[in-house]
Design a protein around this ligand. Structure first.
Ligand code: BGC
Length: 557
């Protein structure tokens, strides 16, 4: 449908592209494999830029593609200013950026500043130079406790399970909030700060448009002795800005410096913080215009498929974004959580396989309790609601195919350190959402590459393959393509008005430009009356002018 009052968001202010963007997360090692080594790569992404353009996204976010031993899927970075040789070269990266830009797609890359890998030149130097050396100052080294220092400095646990301190040959210990292979950097050190500014300029100069900042809330720490015990640490209020290791107010000094670098560019580079903090107010600090500018809002990802919860969380986050001048972000899936089609197909309690508060609960889920069809229906309804909200929406590769979590990966083939160490991401860990994408129903690794895939793909992937879904107008892929096409006309302003529907399980909102959205979270059909004629997109066909249960419709009134 065309309407002269519709505005394409791409004609809007160029510097504000990120405010209402649909961003597609690529997990490079599992997207497309061009050289047949079983690992996705940059040339693989380059070979699929037309697919991305046709999908209709505004930007891609690439999870780490840097040289890495893959102790944590690439979030253990050996060198922040290079490409993993298994994934390509800097020249390949430049070619990919150029091809995406040619199609009007922006590029966001992942920056992992809290920790390097233990193979990083700095950490190797710290090991070689030994106790008391300047090189150790870039990390967090401490002597142990106990009569001979053989006990760790504290009893703190790492996120992936096991102690957060590791002993090195000369008897000292270093702190790692995540895996042993991910030593935390010392953000009080001027060289650490300066080096990341170099990294941000390095990639900005290569044309990168924005950055996703990994665990943005953890960088600065106050490790003044005596250090608290684990129990004491956990009892400290983390909303005061003074917690020893998380969400400290002084972390924003780092981001103020980064903002000055972003603003050296035209248009300014953008950033989005991954900050698992306690309240929307604390999160807003990361999203300030003097800081990173935007922060992930994981509230809907953590919520059940429930109308009241959705309405409350949408309202709170829009108000928060409005108060800070940022725009909010919506996300249901990423590389750390069970795919939302699966979460929504499991009974509510089992469906919550994501971080809740400070706790992670099991990912994967019992296959025998999974209702795939229901999960798909609800995922369509929730995603179409998200895509119509003011703010930007982050989509995770494979969700446009309606992929489910792969729960039954044999332990010997799993890779996630969380699976092996049983930490906060307990249960099955995160491999199940990182299985390489199916591009074709036939052929080696479903078209992912010519020679297998680094995580095993189940037989049922065939029915979700891109070539199957592209040929089916009722597929998830066709729905995403249509929604993303229409979304460019829908997202013209950042306002939303709730309308009463007379039903607690049905939400309806209007955007001031005439678009309206109705989401039926219940199972009873919802009569649309005369508005049935205004429906331009529906996740399920209307029946006798009624929107079926677990469905969303977009209307143009
Ligand atoms: C990333 C994870 C990673 C962790 C440590 C998270 O926020 O999204 O995948 O394991 O940071 O870098």
């Amino acid at each position: 449908m065309t309407d002269p009052t519709d505005v394409d968001i791409h004609t809007a202010d160029e510097a504000a592209w990120w405010r209402q963007a649909a961003v597609y997360q690529i997990y490079p090692r599992s997207f497309a494999d061009a050289d047949g080594d079983g690992i996705g790569d940059i040339p693989g992404i380059l070979s699929r830029v037309d697919y991305l353009a046709e999908l209709g996204i505004d930007a891609v976010w690439l999870s780490p593609f840097y040289p890495s031993a893959l102790a944590d899927g690439g979030y253990d970075v050996d060198d922040y200013r290079d490409v993993d040789p298994r994934l390509g070269t800097l020249a390949d990266f430049d070619a990919m950026v150029a091809a995406l830009h040619e199609r009007g797609i922006k590029v966001i890359i992942d920056i992992v500043p809290n920790h390097s890998s233990n193979r990083h030149a700095w950490f190797q130097e710290a090991l070689a130079d030994g106790r008391g050396s300047a090189a150790r100052e870039r990390y967090i080294f401490r002597d142990g406790t106990g009569p001979d220092g053989s006990e760790p400095p504290t009893d703190w646990e790492s996120v992936f399970g096991g102690p957060a301190w590791e002993r090195v040959d000369d008897g000292q210990w270093y702190f790692h909030h995540f895996a042993v292979e991910q030593p935390d950097l010392n953000w009080s050190h001027p060289e650490v700060r300066a080096d990341f500014l170099t990294t941000l300029r390095f990639w900005s100069d290569r044309g990168v448009d924005g950055f996703r900042i990994d665990v943005a809330h953890m960088l600065t720490k106050d490790l003044t002795e005596p250090l608290p015990s684990r129990a004491e640490l956990e009892a400290i209020d983390s909303t005061t800005g003074q917690h020893p290791i998380t969400d400290r107010d002084d972390v924003h000094e780092v981001y103020a410096e980064w903002r000055r670098v972003f603003n050296e560019y035209d248009p300014p580079r953008t950033a989005v913080a991954e900050a698992w903090v306690q309240t929307p107010e604390r999160r807003a600090r990361y999203a300030s215009a003097e800081g990173l500018g935007q922060a992930f809002n994981f509230d809907l990802l953590e919520a059940d498929f429930d109308a009241a919860a959705f309405r409350r969380l949408i309202t709170v986050n829009l108000a928060q974004a409005d108060a800070t001048g940022s725009s909010t972000t919506w996300v249901l899936s990423n590389h750390d959580v069970t795919r939302h089609a699966t979460r929504y197909g499991l009974p509510p309690l089992n469906g919550r396989h994501v971080k809740q508060g400070t706790e992670w609960v099991a990912a994967g889920g019992p296959e025998d309790q999974l209702d795939r069809e229901r999960g798909r229906r609800r995922a369509h309804a929730a995603t179409m609601l998200l895509l119509a909200l003011p703010g930007s929406t982050y989509l995770y590769q494979g969700e446009e195919l309606g992929l489910h979590e792969v729960a039954d990966i044999p332990p010997a083939q799993r890779q996630d350190p969380a699976f092996f160490r049983g930490g906060e991401f307990d249960g099955l860990g995160r491999d199940g959402c990182r299985v390489p994408l199916p591009w074709t129903a036939e052929g080696s690794s479903f078209g992912f590459g010519s020679n297998g895939a680094h995580l095993p793909q189940p037989g049922w992937f065939a029915q979700y393959a891109v070539d199957v879904e592209a040929a089916d107008p009722a597929s998830t892929l066709s729905l995403y393509r249509e929604a993303l096409r229409l979304r460019r006309r829908l997202q013209t302003d950042e306002m939303l008005d709730w309308h009463d529907t007379g039903r607690a399980d049905v939400l309806r909102f209007a955007r001031p430009n005439g678009w309206q959205v109705i989401s039926n979270f219940g199972t009873e059909p919802f009569p649309l009356g005369r508005d049935a004629d205004a429906v331009v997109l529906a996740t399920q066909p209307l029946r006798d002018g009624e929107l079926p249960g677990e469905a969303t419709a977009w209307l143009r009134l």
